[in-house]
Design a protein around this ligand. Structure first.
Ligand code: VTB
Ligand code: MG
Ligand code: MG
Length: 327
């Protein structure tokens, strides 16, 4: 297969492994600042490390979900060109440190995250909130719906899973804005895993309930994080729906500028991340699915999950980095 055919058939699969290095580097950098109470510093080193590694990849990449617009983010800003420029044209969604606060407090599930897709296949989402709902693979389409009530969704999921509602656990960001949602879920008898940050991890956790104990993700979080989570779900299977919260004329206008014509549109995972998608996440702090970075006297250990939508492969890579100078 020549290069051109390979690109038409999807992303070059060699990129799957290349992505691992990118999130590993960002995670190690951030992990050095775990538990220091300085979110900004941890974020900054993760951004620097991710950018450096990303610029070694043989791609012509454009950041479409990044650290923000150019004037507010000096690096990995939306629109920044990354990679060597010699290679396939791809769109990139990234968050070098998803969960800056959890990293600063050394709490579970901080991740370094990246997704790559063919040019034009990731939703160009403004940095607003997104209402989200997600479940893992193995359920018929329509078991959950963003417009159904929390009680309906949880009852429907329990029925489909063949368990009592009390055996369902929902993951929700611990925010005052979720007060009513939390009450509604508790009223069903289901359990809630309240998380401080990190809803990319929260959504991904639904894809392996045996391992993580989470069956469904509910609530509003960042729209960029929604696109990243959708990219992961495209690879693992599972269902997700998201709707941007465009509650002011300013936000509607900002979204329109980014090509969003219908402000109320419900996006499924496959609408947010289309075509062939690659996704990688490395644990910064210990989590339900991934171990955090471990610093040993002679090597550093990282734990990464790397996913590819066209083959639906889920790989976990534990790496021992012995060239400590490089890190
Ligand atoms: C979530 C969470 C992120 O932003 O998307 C959240 O996953 C949403 O915003 O880790 P609020 O914090 O305003 O609720 C983060 O906390 C930070 O990116
Ligand atoms: Mg970030
Ligand atoms: Mg984030």
């Amino acid at each position: 297969m020549n290069m051109a055919q390979n690109i038409v058939a999807g992303l070059d699969r060699i990129l799957t492994m290349e992505l691992v290095r990118v999130t590993e580097r960002a995670a190690v950098a951030a992990a050095r600042l775990r538990g220091r109470g300085d979110e900004k510093a941890a974020d900054q080193v993760a951004v620097d490390a991710m950018r450096e590694e990303l610029n070694r990849l043989a791609i012509k990449g454009t950041v479409v979900i990044g650290e923000g617009e150019r004037d507010e983010a000096p690096m990995l800003y939306i629109g920044e060109e990354v990679g060597t420029g010699k290679g396939p044209a791809v769109d990139i969604a990234l968050d070098p440190l998803e969960g800056t606060t959890i990293c600063a407090k050394n709490l579970p599930n901080a991740l370094a995250v990246i997704a790559i897709a063919e040019k034009g296949s990731l939703l160009f989402a403004p940095d607003v909130y997104m209402d989200k709902i997600a479940i893992g693979p193995g359920y018929a389409e329509g078991v959950i719906g963003i417009d159904a009530s929390p009680a309906e969704n949880i009852a429907s999921l329990a029925r489909a899973k063949g368990v009592a509602v009390s055996e369902i656990t929902a993951c929700i960001l611990d925010r005052p804005r979720h007060g009513r949602l939390i009450e509604a879920v508790r009223a069903t008898g289901a359990a809630i895993r309240l998380i401080g940050d990190g809803d990319v991890a929260g959504v991904i956790h639904t894809t392996d309930p045996e391992e993580t104990g989470i069956d469904i993700y509910l609530g509003t979080g960042g729209a960029p994080e929604g696109v990243l989570a959708a990219a992961a779900l495209r690879c693992t299977g599972g269902q997700m729906q998201g709707r941007l919260i465009l509650d002011t004329p300013e936000k509607v206008a900002r979204a329109a500028k980014m090509g969003i014509a219908d402000p109320k549109r419900i996006y499924r995972a496959q609408d947010m991340a289309r075509g062939d998608v690659l996704f990688a996440a490395t644990g910064v702090t210990d989590g339900n699915m991934l171990d955090g970075v471990k610093f040993g006297p002679t090597y550093i250990t990282t734990h990464t999950i790397v996913l590819r939508s066209s083959s639906r492969t889920v790989r976990e890579i534990k790496a021992r980095h012995q060239d400590l100078e490089k890190f």
